[in-house]
Design a protein around this ligand. Sequence first.
Ligand code: TRP
Length: 452
Amino acid sequence: MNDQKPSASRGAFVSKTGFILAAAGSAVGLGNIWRFPYMTGMNGGGAFVLVYIIAVALLGIPLLLVEFTIGRHGKVNAIDCYRKINEKTKFIGYIGFFSAPLFLAYYSVTSGWTIFYTIKSFTGLTSIPAEGIADFFFSFVANPWKPLIFHFIFTALTVYIIARGIQGGIEKYSKILMPILFGFLIVLMVRSLTLPGAAKGIAWFLKPDFSKITPGVIVAASGQIFFSLSVGMSGMLTYASYLKGDENLLQTAGIVTFFDTLVALMAGLVIFPAVFTYGLEPAAGPSLIFMTLPTVFGSMPLGSFFAFVFFALLIVANLTSSISILEMPVAYLIEKKGMTRPKAAILVGAIGFGLGCVVSLGYGAWSFLSINDMTVLDIFDYIGSNIVLPFCALASAIVCGWVWNKGAFQEISNNGLINLQAGKVWLALVRYVVPVLMFLVFLGQVGVISLG
Ligand code: TRP
């Protein structure tokens, strides 16, 4: 149990801060800066934000802790971590394993757009007039080969980092780069909040219109939580499997969730004042930040410089997330299939790249693949975030709370040494509150699908 040390060959996080940074790095990424604003935009603004914040406390933190405890207890790849609790529960790990390439696919396509914007910030991105930015964006994503190149570059970077092992590079760089990204968000927020349409944007973003809280909004908010906190695919579980055993998991989950939510809210306060100032459509979908941010930068002194640094930092934030997607299946392939780290990383990366090509072409040459206005990206994301992640998260809560139960309490309390009361509250949430809420989310899901 707790005194079991990870085997030397597996590697481990050297420090407590190292793990917090890696987990926060996994959480903070496109989910906060790209997906949260566009989901808010498509789901009625303040109503979505309110549901999101309540659900972060009731679902997000407890489920993140489920992954942390199961991972640290098992100290092995995700599938075997579940197996250690009960042979029958390993399917949760397998679903994570097989869905990893799907997440990697559209995550790197979108990150590829970020790379393109980084390069373009030198050459006129910020001087495109607000009316022209949609054309600019859509003609780029519809190009048959350009977005594929950037998708390839991003996937290759992810594979490279994972092939080398996590500790060497990314842990070191995130320590410096993530705080800088945070600083830039503050600067951007100040700029946006002083735009002429800011008041309208803020009201739309933060003032809930209760009539807009529909089953669809609740399903979307829960999907957003899982995506944003990297919960459900056993990515966080895999990271926690590299822990030694005496960390305060509750505290770590609290810190990670706090920053993840803060960054998302800050991103909303950057985007929506601009949306309302420049008369853009809040429900634009995945293209939203790519159509608002250039205009916000364009309205600032030294705009191209700021745009460059911001998008470059976003690439880093995305890398610290995409590596956590890739590490999950790679850990399994190394431990169970005897593959070398580079080989496993290249294999999964290649599958993700292939799937990503379909996602990317779905915006141009293969747009016939869309269903009911949903592009391939929307479809992948819907299956991933609204079906796979909630299903696995619910299953993990049932396994943790009902099958493992006392063992889970021992693990989270470090064998009865810390957080006894909080641990009990957590276990009660995992046993009762999470399953009931998730069941309601699934009912809503069925409603959303059958009502279209
Ligand atoms: N949480 C990351 C973000 O917000 C994305 C991410 C990392 C993820 N690991 C994941 C999403 C696992 C789903 C599953 O950008």
